[in-house]
Design a binder for this molecule. Structure first.
Ligand SMILES: Cc1cc2nc3c(=O)[nH]c(=O)nc-3n(C[C@H](O)[C@H](O)[C@H](O)COP(=O)(O)OP(=O)(O)OC[C@H]3O[C@@H](n4cnc5c(N)ncnc54)[C@H](O)[C@@H]3O)c2cc1C
Length: 265
């Protein structure tokens, strides 16, 4: 196991730079300047500007709830439709599921807006079953997501340290760098950050970044979160090992054990 003070968040900058992408952060866009044909050619911000031939507006996502509002259906604090675990809205026999609806976060125990296909599919099945007279319940979410940035995998589940603190928990975090599989077979480091509750030792969240083995490994943490496991329990999980797939101590186990040491310090 190697530990370095490099923050996981920086890894994607390195991957982006390797692919010719320059990241300019903390620079709110001041203007998009176009040519005579109306095509955007330059982007300016407070201290600089750059040429461009393409602008992507990534402004986040809002639930489309006008129809529900007009029908008098109750919205939650997030602005999405408030639903029960049977996907019932405030209106009798009207169900909501997917990107228009809230979901119960099993770690923060708050209704959240976390619109993903994984959630939409499960909620849709529950809503459909109940609308047809069934008795299905949606278990809730732990906030699991994965993306690939060029050759780099990034994944998260549960709460970040900031989210856990904001939720009123006394949370701590630990970060490790560990080989994804045996180094003599080309295994490279992945970075695993674990968040846990100081008082109970309960796992609260995890984030990972690395060239491979990240997106699916996060599912171990997601399962542990749903089972309300402590980091001590996660550190003892019987995970598979063979040199092409892992090290004898999988990075998940190493990270959980480091988190446990951190909690005991
Ligand atoms: C680019 C992109 C990538 C994504 N990648 C992922 C991913 O990797 N993993 C993941 O988990 N999630 C991903 N998502 C999110 C995922 O696609 C959504 O969470 C999911 O599709 C939501 O399902 P939904 O059924 O609630 O809504 P939608 O899939 O948006 O379906 C709503 C449907 O309702 C129709 N509709 C709208 N208004 C009306 C109307 N008035 N009358 C009739 N029909 C109407 C729409 O045309 C649409 O077909 C991604 C989303 C995007 C945009």
């Amino acid at each position: 196991m190697k530990q370095r003070p490099v923050e996981a968040e920086r890894e994607h900058e390195v991957a982006a730079r390797d692919h010719g992408v320059r990241l300019i952060k903390d620079a709110p866009v001041a203007a998009l300047l176009g040519d005579r044909e109306g095509r955007v050619r330059r982007v300016t911000w407070e201290n600089g500007e750059t040429e461009t031939d393409c602008v992507v507006l990534a402004t986040g996502i809002r639930p489309r709830v006008q129809l529900a509002e007009q029908a008098g259906i109750q919205l939650g604090a997030t602005g999405a439709i408030a639903v029960s675990d049977r996907m019932e809205t405030s209106e009798f026999a009207v169900y909501a599921a997917g990107d228009c609806a809230e979901a119960m976060h099993l770690v923060s125990e708050r209704a959240v807006y976390f619109p993903l296909g994984t959630t939409a599919n499960k909620q849709g099945r529950v809503a459909g079953d109940n609308a047809a007279g069934g008795r299905s319940r949606f278990a809730g979410i732990v906030g699991t997501a994965a993306v690939k940035v060029f050759s780099l995998e990034l994944a998260r589940t549960g709460l970040s340290l900031a989210q856990a603190t904001e939720a009123g928990l006394r949370a701590r975090a630990a970060t490790v760098h560990a080989a994804e599989h045996a180094r003599y077979l080309g295994g490279k480091d992945i970075i695993v950050k674990v968040v846990a509750d100081q008082a109970s030792g309960r796992l609260l969240g995890a984030q990972m970044v690395g060239a491979e083995g990240v997106a699916k490994r996060i599912d171990v943490f997601a399962t542990a979160l749903q089972a309300r496991m402590t980091v001590e329990q996660v550190g003892q999980l019987d995970l598979s090992y063979a040199p092409p797939f892992s090290t004898v101590w999988d990075p998940v186990l190493i990270a959980a054990q480091e988190m446990l040491r951190e909690l005991r310090r």
